[in-house]
Design a protein around this ligand. Structure first.
Ligand code: ADP
Length: 640
């Protein structure tokens, strides 16, 4: 079991960046927390302001009650003036009602502004991903960083999420502290009468200093011990995250629809059961975290609670002794005990929050390492000439390419040229470099060597977004959304219905469209609409092609989008596509040569190089060539 767990742990640990165990300095902590707060404030100012106002109201208003209650008790124990008592009672009632009303309104405002918090935080990462060079998405560092951020969020609630909470706590604790000090300062200044005998010691400055020191000590000790427990957990975040990942994997395997068949056939539930019943797993009763809680972490937490109780005891003794000796009346006793406890609570919370903020700083460092990942692709600014005749010419000049982090060339010395209106086929075995060729053409990556030219100009010099407008690609692994059909075709909610309908008809989806009860508004899949439709691989294909047609770009590219179809259905799609590509330049990629026969020009890729180029007739005539070899092999297969 142990070796199995170790093996599992290694698999799961892969793809995670180990946390830097060194605690960040206070300077770094404040800088990073400020930056995180700025991120929220710039995007959602009302969200931040509503939280802070709410917390300030909640921190300051209790003092109104404390003060008025003290006045009331004093009046009851002293003058007992009925009119004044009535006035105090009415004031207390109305002020409390008013405070509660404003608090409820503020809370509503805050809740409205804070709705969708998860989305708001995740959008920070989503925007960064969208802004990243496409090639950066392949890099291990990118996926490691993001995976670590996610695990820190899920594991211990660390990272960007808690920052607003810390700011609330800081604000609340400082205001509580100030309010408490203003109501409790007179506790230390009021004197017991000299006639009080031995109690006169309570007036001595040295005694006062000692009592203040004792109070401060316990106020500091409680959160300091609590933070010690917290920092211990933060230092073990890697173990915690690993445990969390294992738990997410084994604990929920049974819920996953896509695994349901395998689980039953291979009785994989037994593996999960073994894990879930293992008391020594990360969160098991004999696991490391249970051990920490029974041991050192539990001790720190218990000691922290004890310090708070001792502090309360000291305050009670001091205040009661002063009252007993005649320094102040009964009303002041309640006021001082409440306000000193609040001062201590505020100070404890301040220390505790600062400590947790510091623990969180190492996790924020990972967040910012991700958000600061630099883009390296050169950003040109030339506008792409919008030609009515669509007369564009593309040239690959001695292009070689290695994927980021790979030392193998996926493309080697590719030279080719093609013009608008041509039908170009790219053929070759799996892994020969066809998709890579298209990704370079669309400038998802820049060549490692050589250059790609559009009308004689290196494509790096064009504005990247504008350049990409030239291409409509149906990738092998295209994705459709669980949205209305028309929004899938138009890639947005702002669409031209007629154009969408035409594109679907051209792509061969016309008949099916007529049978849809809600027509273009029909939802794909059932995620968001119970009347949504489930579509077959072939239908999905047609919708993806319609999406490419709707874009109406000068280049239309099909990257083996028919891999899921049988050869006959593929040939049908390809031959239709020849009709509908019209004056566009069409690039077809396939490892099935029969689908590409009709192309003007065929490029044969092999191990990253273009080894043959020509029309079908020319290529098939060369009996020593790769094309002939592939053609023969596939023809035989179909004849059989
Ligand atoms: P084809 O489209 O002809 O099947 P590809 O262009 O997808 O081939 O792949 C060409 C080579 O590049 C293959 O050896 C493949 O393993 C490698 N490759 C593809 N994508 C990546 C990637 N993101 N990172 C590293 N290597 C890759």
């Amino acid at each position: 079991m142990q070796s199995f767990m170790k093996f599992r742990a290694n698999i799961i640990r892969k793809g995670t960046k180990r946390m830097d165990k060194k605690r960040k300095s206070w300077g770094e902590t404040l800088k990073m927390t400020g930056r995180a707060l700025g991120i929220f404030y710039r995007r959602y100012p009302q969200m931040v302001i509503s939280r802070l106002i709410c917390v300030a109201w909640a921190a300051l208003m209790p003092y109104v009650g404390i003060y008025l209650s003290a006045c009331l008790i004093d009046e009851l124990a002293g003058r007992r003036d009925a009119d004044h008592l009535r006035f105090l009672v009415v004031l207390l009632l109305f002020s409390q009602a008013g405070i509660a009303l404003v608090a409820a309104l503020l809370k509503k405002w805050k809740e409205t502004q804070n709705a969708g918090m998860v989305f708001k935080v995740q959008s920070v990462f989503a925007e960064k991903f969208l802004d990243l060079d496409y090639g950066k998405m392949d890099e291990t560092r990118t996926s490691e960083l993001f995976s670590t951020i996610r695990q820190n969020e899920n594991g211990g609630g660390w990272g960007l999420y808690p920052v607003l909470g810390y700011c609330e706590d800081l604000c609340s604790s400082v205001l509580t502290l100030l309010g408490g000090i203003s109501l409790s300062a007179s506790l230390f200044l009021s004197r017991v009468p000299e006639s009080a005998g031995v109690y006169a010691i309570l007036n001595r400055p040295l005694f006062l200093l000692l009592i203040i020191f004792v109070m401060l000590f316990f106020t500091w000790a409680a959160p300091a011990l609590y933070n010690k427990a917290g920092s211990y957990m933060a230092r073990h975040a890697d173990e915690h995250n690993l445990g969390n990942r294992q738990f997410s994997f084994f604990g929920f395997l049974g819920y996953r629809r896509e695994l349901a068949a395998d689980v039953r056939i291979y009785r994989q539930d037994k593996i999960c059961e073994k894990y879930n019943r293992n008391k020594e797993s990360a969160f098991g009763s004999k696991g490391p975290f249970a051990g920490y809680c029974r041991g050192i972490v539990g001790f720190y937490c218990a000691a922290s609670s004890a310090m708070t109780e001792i502090f309360t005891g000291v305050v009670y003794v001091f205040v009661c002794l002063k009252a007993w000796a005649g320094a102040f009346g009964l009303g002041a006793v309640t006021q001082y005990i409440a306000s000193v406890t609040k001062v201590s609570g505020g100070l404890s919370k301040l220390i505790e929050t600062l400590g947790t903020m510091r623990n969180n700083a190492s996790f924020l460092a990972v967040v910012f390492e991700f958000l600061d990942l630099p883009n390296e692709m050169y950003q040109g600014s030339l506008t792409v000439e919008k030609r009515r005749d669509r007369n564009y010419e593309v040239e690959f000049r001695n292009v070689s390419f290695r994927y980021p982090g790979s030392d193998r060339y996926a493309l080697k010395h590719v030279n080719m040229k093609f013009k608008i209106g041509e039908r170009l086929a790219v053929v070759g075995m799996n892994g020969s470099g066809k998709t890579t060729f298209i990704k370079l053409l669309c400038r998802l990556y820049d060549p490692t060597e050589g250059e790609i030219l559009l009308n004689g100009i290196n494509i790096r010099k064009y504005d990247e977004r504008e350049y990409r407008l030239l291409f409509a690609v149906v990738f092998q692994d295209f994705k459709l959304f669980a949205l209305p059909l028309v929004e899938n075709v138009a890639s947005g909610s702002d669409y031209d219905e007629e154009r969408a309908r035409e594109s679907l008809e051209k792509a061969g989806f016309g008949e099916r469209l007529l049978r849809l009860s809600e027509g273009l508004a029909t939802y794909l899949y059932k995620d968001y609409d119970k009347n949504g439709i489930n579509i077959s691989g072939g239908e999905a294909q047609k919708i993806a092609i319609a999406r490419a047609l709707y874009k109406d770009a000068p280049f239309i590219i099909l990257d083996e989008p028919t891999a899921a179809l049988d050869p006959i259905a593929e040939a049908e799609i390809y031959s239709r596509f020849n009709e509908i590509a019209g004056d566009k330049t069409a690039v077809y990629i396939s490892h099935r040569l029969s689908s590409c026969r009709f192309c003007d020009e065929i490029l044969v890729f092999h191990e990253g190089s273009v080894i043959q180029q020509g029309s079908h007739a020319e290529l098939v005539a060369d009996e020593n060539g790769k094309y002939y070899e592939l053609w023969r092999a596939q023809a035989q297969y179909y004849v059989n």
